[in-house]
Design a protein around this ligand. Structure first.
Ligand code: C5P
Length: 319
């Protein structure tokens, strides 16, 4: 059996620019791999052509709609001879939350089945497939930390922070559609599309020196106003994290997860406990986690061995 780790991503900063001719938007973002992760188990099952797929953990579509099934079918297209497989996806990353869970699962499926079936696809071929599945899948193949530009296809790797960055993640109830958030962004008047604008250069300097106070001041994601139109609970999540002691907060990706920066692990756990006590209602999800470290990222780069441990999961609060 092969066990793969599919780590969530966080957009420490995100600046969304103009619409491109292909309908996508240009980005400038610092992407970081988190310790929070899904797991994908792959084992032999049935005659050639068999795919048995199931999900455990947080809810996610189980059938042909699941991105793991899409990727599997795409890899197996025109091949009837490939050994039958069973894939079990263990979900810890909530769906539609800006944490790249689907993209991470897609990347793990690509890497896992490439190895399991001995397809010998090169990194370049895997990259082309990844980009065709979704904008964030390419980063998830690479992992670690990177400045990401273009549609998500220009990846400039960054060093891992020397010091551990601990975070509290907080997501208001219900998944959000990335496409709808971008459509809402396009409807905003121009002046409302510019803030909260990150100080990307400042964030890079702060990451390099481990100065989390400065990093907290450099955060920003100008997609937030697009989501805030219909989901004021995103602003509520930031206020709550700040009231509980976070050094700074921002939304990740197209939301609706908000993250708060902590000084260290103890501080993150204290913020997490305080947030749990003050949640405004049912259905909120919270996790205390941190950016992946160099060793964890190196294991990912090994590509065949993504079987790393996730150090921290999330909790769903039902009231
Ligand atoms: O590529 P992916 O399927 O993840 O993107 C979902 C939607 O998000 C796209 O259909 C597009 O509307 C929007 N998007 C965008 N610009 C990006 C990434 C995503 O407009 N760079």
């Amino acid at each position: 059996m092969l066990v793969l780790t599919a780590p969530a991503k966080l957009n420490l900063t995100l600046e969304v620019g103009d619409t491109r001719v292909d309908g996508y938007h240009n980005l400038d973002s610092i992407f970081s791999e988190l310790c929070l992760a899904d797991k994908l188990l792959i084992r032999a099952q049935g005659p050639p052509g068999t795919l048995v797929f199931s999900v455990r953990g947080l809810p996610v579509p189980e059938g042909a709609d699941n991105i793991c099934v899409t990727v599997c079918r795409r890899l197996a297209a025109d091949r009837r001879d490939l050994p039958g497989v069973e894939m079990v996806l263990v979900k810890a990353i909530p769906v539609g939350s800006g944490l790249g869970g689907g993209s991470a699962d897609a990347a793990a499926t690509l890497v896992g089945l490439n190895w399991w079936w001995g397809l010998d696809l090169t990194r370049r071929q895997l990259g082309d497939l990844a980009a065709s599945v979704g904008s964030d899948v390419l980063f998830c193949l690479t992992g670690g930390q990177a400045r990401v530009k273009g549609r998500g296809d220009i990846i400039e790797p960054l060093p891992f922070p020397g010091r551990k960055l601990w975070l509290v993640l907080l997501r208001p109830p219900g998944p959000k559609s990335t496409r709808l958030v971008y459509e809402e962004f396009d409807r905003l008047p121009h002046d409302r599309r510019r803030s909260p604008r990150p100080d990307t250069a400042g964030a890079l300097r702060a990451l390099a020196t481990g100065d989390w106070g400065s990093l907290a001041k450099s955060l920003g994601n100008n997609l937030e106003p697009a989501l805030a139109v219909s989901h004021p609970d995103v602003g509520q999540a930031r206020v709550l994290l700040e009231a509980c002691g976070a050094l700074g907060t921002a939304m990740t990706g197209s939301g609706s997860t908000v993250f708060g920066i902590a000084r260290d692990r103890d501080h993150a756990e204290a913020i997490g406990r305080e947030v749990s006590k003050r949640l405004p209602g049912p259905g909120w999800w919270k996790a205390v986690t941190r950016l992946a470290s160099r060793e964890e990222g190196d294991a990912l780069a090994g590509c065949h061995d993504r079987s790393r441990r996730s150090t921290s999961g999330g909790e769903e609060h039902d009231g």
